[in-house]
Design a protein. Structure first.
Length: 436
């Protein structure tokens, strides 16, 4: 009873009209909807040359640290983990396309996270978000969704390179392609039936099939002590990332994390019914500090910046209202550390469906675009389309900002453009002129 009384007092359960049992169930629910990240993140970062088993452990560690801190310091039912989108941008563009080492690329994420912390420290984070037009915010989110989906289709082998048409349909007679497609449909069908753990179920089913039909997938055990983290932790090249050629990438990491994390936090707290008419919620300052500090720590140990997870809404939907929900999620992530052999077991096509599903969720924001107004619709579309077509989040953001200014100037509505948009557009324009 003393423990029960302590939890009620510390997390103010009665005040939030919830119980310890409800919060624990909510935490378990949130955990199972987002635990897929401990398999997807190592798969993505592994393609950048990082040790998958180590990334599995560090992903669990930073998710546990950030989520428990969020619960204890802000008393919010919000979970954090390495951000989808940023990890793909890092692995497939910064390392894969541009040729930087993963150490330097992760250093760029670190400096982007430092920028986010500075914006939080000087309390200008939400001022910036409110200054960026809705069309561009929506375009950025949707574009990242399309970008992630393209990577998902590529990882399952459904979309392949073609010198004549740039891309083409993959080999539908390949069992790996078929298993990747099956994994995607398992997720979306279960999600449509409100089964929150659909992504995890899909990864388990496809990995089990892979053990039967793919000779490259070999079971090496379920539980073990965590491996040494030396292959990743301490290797991030923070100094090497201070390169003028990386400024655009650092700025993109900052901008994406700014919108993604802050927007998700507002959405989840609104769903929990704890926001006021202005969208503000209790202990917002503490929540923003936890979020930004966790992003810095996450990138410094090589897991990419972490962000608030929209899957937190699943725990809220079953009654989670306080930080106890988040603490439960964090503790479960800590226990997951001992399952590190599974990181090397899960093939890329088993997690590909999750990438496409996340893409769907992110692209759905396009409904907010004022399509009847071309000065809003064109920049939103350009932002979203240019990310997958240039295989770069940075270029998508750049073309979006510049096209917004061009459309507003060309139609005599230049007063619609505020100072931050002018500055960002000018910076990107100068980048194209001097760097290319």
């Amino acid at each position: 009873m003393e423990n029960q009384s302590f939890l009620q007092h510390f997390f103010k359960l009665n005040q939030h009209k919830t119980t310890t049992k409800t919060e624990i169930i909510a935490g378990i629910t949130t955990f199972f909807t987002m635990v897929y990240i401990v398999f997807v993140n190592p798969s993505v970062l592994g393609d950048a040359g990082m040790d998958k088993q180590v990334v599995f452990v560090t992903t669990c560690l930073i998710a546990a640290f950030g989520t428990i801190a969020m619960g204890l310091f802000s008393n919010l039912p919000i979970a954090l983990a390495p951000a989808m989108g940023l990890n793909a941008f890092f692995a497939y563009v910064v390392v894969g396309k541009l040729g930087y080492s993963w150490e330097v690329g992760m250093g760029a994420i670190f400096w982007g996270s430092i920028g986010l912390f500075v914006l939080t420290l000087f309390q200008i984070r939400y001022w910036l978000i409110s200054s960026i037009p809705l069309a561009l915010r929506v375009g950025i989110g949707a574009g990242i969704g399309f970008f992630i989906a393209l990577i998902g289709f590529k990882n399952m082998g459904l979309v392949v390179a073609n010198p004549a048409t740039l891309v083409a349909l993959g080999n539908l007679h390949d069992p790996k392609v078929l298993m990747g497609i099956l994994g995607f449909f398992i997720i979306v069908v279960l999600a449509a039936r409100n089964i929150f753990s659909g992504v995890l179920v899909s990864i388990v089913v496809i990995t089990a099939l892979a053990l039967q039909f793919d000779e490259n997938v070999v079971y090496r055990g379920l539980v073990s002590m965590p491996p040494s983290l030396d292959a990743v932790v301490g290797k991030v090249d923070i100094v090497g990332a201070l390169d003028t050629a990386l400024l655009g990438i650092i700025f993109s990491f900052l901008l994406v994390n700014l919108f993604d994390s802050s927007g998700t936090m507002l959405g989840v707290t609104e769903k929990a019914g704890i926001t006021d008419e202005k969208g503000l919620f209790p202990k917002m300052k503490q929540a923003l500090y936890v979020d930004s500090v966790s992003a810095v720590i996450g990138s410094s140990i090589g897991t990419s910046a972490i962000s608030t997870y929209v899957e937190s809404g699943s725990g809220v939907s079953v009654g989670g209202r306080t930080g106890l929900t988040a603490v439960v999620v964090g503790v479960l992530f800590l226990l997951t550390i001992f399952l590190s052999p599974l990181a090397g077991l899960v093939p890329a096509y088993a997690t590909a469906g999750a990438l496409v599903y996340v893409g769907i969720l992110m692209a759905s924001s396009l409904i907010k675009v004022q399509w009847q107004d071309l000065t809003e619709a064109a920049p939103a579309f350009i932002t979203a389309a240019m990310m997958p077509f240039t295989y770069s989040i940075t270029e998508g953001i750049a073309f979006g900002f510049i096209s917004y200014c061009v459309m507003k100037i060309g139609t005599g509505r230049w007063k619609d453009v505020n100072a931050p948009v002018w500055v960002v557009s000018l910076l990107f324009l100068l980048k194209f002129i001097w760097i290319g």
